[in-house]
Design a protein around this ligand. Sequence first.
Ligand SMILES: [Cu+2]
Length: 131
Amino acid sequence: MQKRISPAARTIRFRCPRRSAAVCVAALVVALTGVARAHGPTLEISHHELKPTLLNLFLGTTVHFSNTVAMPGGHVVVDEGGTLESPPLEKPGDGWHYTFEKAGTYEIFIRQHPMAKARIVIVPKIVPKKK
Ligand SMILES: [Cu+2]
């Protein structure tokens, strides 16, 4: 039994460092992508409010929505125009990102608590004039 396992174990030993290096790189890419996507402001969600209530942002900004309280069934973030809809955010710390790719005013609210509102205003990026 020992003799039969031995060659395989040796192979695994040899392959392991390369494999974990690949896993490390993949994890790093995922981590960096996650960090990149997390850039931009955070809107905090509770039962009675969204905080802050006003965000003025450039086109292409990613907003992070962060749930701060436990909610059976989860808080769902939506907007009046029907542009965005988060998955249910049930636990404190549950989050979601949305990147605004269209200029305009977004009236955001929590589906379960329509009085918890925020306004997100998206404006075009400033482009330097060419001479
Ligand atoms: Cu709630």
